[in-house]
Design a protein around this ligand. Structure first.
Ligand code: FES
Length: 177
């Protein structure tokens, strides 16, 4: 895990989130989390500049960034919800819907592409972007993870793993379980 991934904000703990999309929205920025945001804002020249780490806090607290979460961030940073949504939709690092405990990104650009089928088969996720029935695994494809010389690279949450081959997938997943 990378403890300090975005603007000094700690990486999400994917294991402890309430991922239920249907539950009433509860504000993220209260108490200690609001104090964390206030401290974060002192490190940036403008409120807007703190947008990415503020969104990261929402994802760390809830496991994903809902429209309500975007609106809450927009309110604190004096931005419009539409602007915040525009930023969220640019970055695959922000989840716009609940995901599994392990969020697996697999490079599917040739020559890396052979691996994604092995992940789908062994996680029972079935399809890209669909979380496995046990809530543990969400697999997506990405265009390039910047490690083409160490094919196939895979990201599991914030952990970067190189040189993964189809026969190594079951062992990798067993380590996560
Ligand atoms: S093509 Fe797979 S990491 Fe670049």
């Amino acid at each position: 895990m990378t403890p300090d991934l975005v603007g000094g904000v700690e990486s999400p703990d994917y294991a402890s989130h309430d991922r239920a999309a249907h539950e009433p929205y509860v504000a993220v920025f209260t108490g200690d989390v609001k104090r964390e945001l206030d401290e974060l804002l002192t490190r940036y020249p403008t409120k807007m500049a703190a947008l990415l780490p503020a969104l990261w806090i929402v994802q760390r607290e809830r496991g994903w960034v809902s429209d309500e979460g975007m609106a809450e961030v927009a309110g604190f940073l004096d931005l419009t919800p539409a602007y915040v949504k525009g930023v969220v939709t640019v970055y695959t690092m922000y989840h716009q819907h609940p995901v599994g405990k392990y969020f697996i990104q697999v490079c599917t650009t040739s020559p890396c592409g052979i691996l994604v089928k092995a992940f789908l088969r062994h996680t029972n996720a079935g399809e890209l972007g669909i979380t496995s029935p046990d809530g543990k695994f969400t697999v997506i494809e990405v265009e390039c993870l910047g490690a083409c010389g160490f094919a196939t690279p895979v990201m599991v949450n914030e952990e970067f793993i190189e040189s993964v081959t189809p026969d190594k997938v079951p062992e990798l997943l067993a380590r996560l379980a």
